[in-house]
Ligand binder design. Structure first.
Ligand SMILES: *[C@@H]1O[C@H](CO)[C@@H](O)[C@H](O)[C@H]1NC(C)=O
Ligand SMILES: *[C@@H]1O[C@H](CO)[C@@H](O)[C@H](O)[C@H]1NC(C)=O
Length: 332
């Protein structure tokens, strides 16, 4: 009996979460980088709990009543810049988001979110610590403006989709020509924590990245950031296909991230932790993989219909649909 218990304690946990979240809101709000600012500088697409607002001064799991994610105890918010198409005539249109493959059908846009341990199969025998209440971080920066600097972020990539299952090759910038199946953006966050700060002035210094490429084993955490957390990653699938027959005659890339970037070097993402109680730690300590973590084993989950029903109204009165004269917030 005793031996079995000890074996269970040292056995590597192999939990990895991969789940869909439908779109919660698309608006100019950024409670992490520009708290309280209405509207924020550029348009974001946001998924997760409905406590999302301009200030986010409370623990989301205390104030949210629903989430757009599969796991109903996850009131975190996850967001990235939105994508727009620029017509040769100067007008812009927002690029719709489509659901990923390998998820239940019917998810409304949104993202696929991952919390992996080391790669898809193992945590390398390390304890994976869940994020503490109040934790937040960003990865990437809209001010990155050279391909050399973009390449230094191994986790921030674009994939030209042939179909929804295409994963390679990855590039640090926008694909140079029309993609038959759309464009996927991928955002991997660092996973080594300083063990003290739930945030830092630039929202990045409390974390450290040791991964050299996407979904591959990360190196050991450094002494400055000794605590191994889950590796959080987002995949967003942009349905660019309706624009493929409008590619500009001069060959330039017509797709723009919402802060006026048609290179993609400044691609970035935001994370604001909001899992209820110790639910994320429970999942990280278990051995479940992906969908097998649902239905109380060990995480509570919900139907696609319930995910799609959760939404927040825009705090900003501005039209983001149809053909627009300028990128919202970017008018000269
Ligand atoms: C955001 O929500 C929190 C919690 O409900 C609330 O305390 C805060 O006042 C809200 N902020 C805004 C700008 O509405
Ligand atoms: C640009 O082209 C689109 C697509 O044909 C059209 O709907 C839009 O009104 C045009 N904008 C201008 C300013 O002509």
């Amino acid at each position: 009996m005793k031996l079995i218990q000890i074996a269970a304690l040292v056995a590597p946990a192999q939990a990895a979460l991969r789940f869909g979240c439908s779109t919660l809101s698309i608006q100019r709000l950024d409670p992490l980088v520009e708290p309280g600012k209405l509207p924020s500088a550029h348009v974001h697409q946001i998924v997760g709990g409905n406590a999302f607002n301009a200030t986010m001064d409370k623990d989301p799991s205390d104030v949210a009543s629903c989430t757009t994610c599969t796991f109903s105890e996850d009131f975190s918010n996850y967001w990235t810049a939105a994508m727009f198409f620029k017509h040769e005539n100067g007008s812009y249109k927002r690029v719709p988001i489509m659901q990923n493959t390998a998820l239940p059908n019917g998810i409304n846009g949104g993202m696929t979110v991952y919390y992996t341990q080391q790669d898809f199969n193992t945590n390398g025998n390390q304890k994976i610590t869940a994020f503490p209440k109040g934790f937040r971080m960003t990865v990437g920066s809209p001010t990155t403006n050279t391909v050399e600097d973009a390449k230094k972020h191994p986790g921030l990539r674009f994939v030209c989709l042939q179909d929804k299952a295409t994963r390679f090759p990855e590039s640090p910038d926008f694909p140079p020509k029309a993609c038959k199946g759309g464009i996927m953006t991928v955002h991997h966050f660092p996973s080594c924590w300083d063990g003290k700060n739930v945030d830092s002035p630039n929202h990045q210094d409390h974390m450290y990245n040791t991964a050299k490429e996407a979904f591959s084993p990360a190196g050991a955490c450094p002494a400055s950031h000794p605590v191994r957390m889950a590796q959080v990653a987002y995949e967003t699938l942009w349905d660019t296909t309706q624009f493929n027959n409008m590619w500009p005659k001069d060959g330039s890339n017509p797709f723009f991230l919402s802060y006026n970037d048609n290179k993609g070097y400044g691609t970035h993402a935001d994370y604001l932790f909001g899992w209820k109680g110790d639910s994320l730690q429970k999942a990280m300590d278990s051995k479940c993989m992906f969908q097998a973590c649902e239905n109380g084993k060990p995480l509570q989950s919900q139907s696609v219909a319930a995910m799609n029903k959760c939404a927040v109204k825009s705090s900003v009165n501005e039209n983001l649909d149809g053909w627009l004269k300028a990128l919202p917030g970017m008018s000269m």
